[in-house]
Design a protein around this ligand. Structure first.
Ligand code: PRP
Ligand code: ZN
Ligand code: MG
Length: 223
């Protein structure tokens, strides 16, 4: 890959993390030529550009070196870390960002009993996070069938294609609307700044250090 002298940050194109992520970068003194349909936003002051992509693609883009950093949910980062094969670039959570808080949870139909993970034995569980769910099931020593869906996971029990689900819960509104209830929590999540474990040994590394310093200032002021 060609060496780059400008830093590139990947973030969600449109979704719950988009506005707060842009706001945070602005507070760190980064401004971009606004062109929301363009998936590439050129940084005006500092040599930092933005790439607007699907959140699920962010860890892979960092691992491939297409981007240097990403603002992404901890759930997406951990799912990637769990499923990326050996030899893949190790990614790390550089900072928790304090917004986009949610949890990855097991939910079951409202009328169903649930006391412990063992109650899921031989059940079908629909999820967009097969890596995290499989790891949790292994840890709890429960044998269940994991059904991977890209979205609208909450509808699966009603369609009869799953007995339970494992998906993100924020307000709980989607669960209620689909007659489900939260039964167990796998992971507490929020937006994080993700990047490779080792910083690039050029100007981009210096720029990242500067950005982290500003970020710490901004986050401290907000708390
Ligand atoms: C997320 C998540 C849940 C829902 C939870 O989906 O997958 O479905 O939000 O939020 P709530 O508890 O406040 O109802 P989202 O609509 O963000 O999109 P996605 O599933 O397509 O990523
Ligand atoms: Zn998503
Ligand atoms: Mg959803």
């Amino acid at each position: 890959m060609k060496p780059r002298d400008r830093l590139r940050i990947a973030m969600q194109k449109s979704g719950r993390l988009t506005e707060p992520a842009l706001d945070l970068l602005n507070r760190c003194g980064l401004t971009f030529r606004q062109s929301r349909d363009k998936l590439f936003c050129f940084g005006e002051g500092e040599p930092v550009d933005l790439l607007l992509v699907r959140d699920d693609d962010i860890p892979g883009l960092i691992a491939q070196g297409v981007c240097d950093l990403g603002i992404v949910g901890r759930n997406v980062l951990h799912e990637f870390q769990g499923t990326a094969g050996e030899g893949a670039t190790a990614l790390t959570e550089w900072r928790p960002l304090g917004f986009g808080r949610c949890r990855l949870s097991i939910a079951v139909p409202q009328e169903r009993d649930y006391r412990e993970p063992a109650d899921l034995a031989s059940q079908r569980i629909a999820t967009s996070y097969p890596g995290l769910l499989n790891a949790w099931l292994r840890e709890k020593q429960v044998a269940a069938t994991v059904i991977t869906l890209a979205g609208s996971v909450e509808i699966a029990p009603r369609l009869g294609t799953a007995d339970a689900i494992c998906d993100l819960v924020q307000s709980g509104g989607t669960l209620v609307a689909n007659q489900l209830r939260e039964a167990d929590v796998l992971l507490q999540s929020e937006a994080v700044l993700a990047g490779p474990q080792t910083l690039p040994a050029d100007e981009r590394g210096d720029m990242i250090e500067l950005l982290l310093k500003r970020l710490d200032g901004v986050i401290q002021v907000r708390e």
